[in-house]
Design a protein around this ligand. Structure first.
Ligand SMILES: [Zn+2]
Length: 225
């Protein structure tokens, strides 16, 4: 679904009309999904000066076949109080019962693209966030001293990788199936709960929390013995 909005071009400061996509249903808009995965869906090109930018806009991705909704809300942290109502409203406009849906909340379009990619690959974001934390150790060994800004599940030549964004570089690291198996055996409890019907932020902080809980449990067990 498209919506026409007035934008102020960040380069020439002219107010221009621009048509933005606010929601995508994968059954109804397969071409929009291609644009999303190609990183083109949020492109803005100023009709006055020609400047190109990526828009950060509120957006809903809905895959009815996977019972998955991903809400892109660029500034949700500053909108805590209204966020539940906003998400409920966006979800209800899709006209489906969401009680058995996986509902995800992301801040950036890159996070949205990553989640679409990994769910399409047949994995869950809970698995991947834990695998990324486990891979961080390997990355630090391979590239000591590199400051990591972000990392993403990424498909290169039909092979899953972890893409590390550092202060001055983009580095692909192998995706280890052994780490996926390890995550599933050791952190199974955190992974199998799909939180259906709940709006969830599954990110690095979530994974660190899941790992931390597990370690706390282990410590308690040791003390009990
Ligand atoms: Zn302009």
């Amino acid at each position: 679904m498209k919506q026409t909005v007035n934008l102020t071009c960040p380069v020439c400061n002219q107010e221009v009309e621009w048509s933005i996509t606010t929601r995508l249903n994968t059954r109804e808009n397969p071409n929009l999904k291609k644009d999303l995965l190609a990183g083109k869906l949020f492109d803005f090109e100023c009709p006055v000066c020609g400047a190109k930018r990526q828009l950060e806009t509120t957006f809903l991705y809905h895959d009815p076949d996977k019972k998955l909704m991903i809400f892109l809300i660029p500034n949700y942290q500053s909108r805590q109080e209204e966020i539940e109502a906003l998400l409920d409203q966006m979800a209800s406009q899709e006209g489906v019962d969401i009680h058995d849906y996986q509902l995800r909340l992301v801040l950036h379009s890159t996070d949205l693209i990553e989640k679409v990619t990994l769910f399409d690959w047949g994995l869950s974001d809970q698995e991947i966030e834990i695998v990324k934390v486990l891979t961080d150790g390997l990355f630090a060994q391979e590239f000591p001293g590199k400051l990591v800004h972000n990392r993403f599940f990424y498909i290169k030549d039909k092979t899953p990788k972890i893409l590390y964004i550092t202060e001055d570089d983009q580095l692909l690291v192998d995706f280890h199936d052994s780490l996926l198996e390890f995550a599933n055996s050791k952190f199974n409890k955190a992974i199998v709960d799909q939180h259906q019907g709940q709006f969830m932020v599954i990110n690095q902080a979530w994974a660190l929390n899941a790992l931390d809980k597990k370690n706390t449990l282990k410590d308690e067990t040791i003390e009990a013995e």
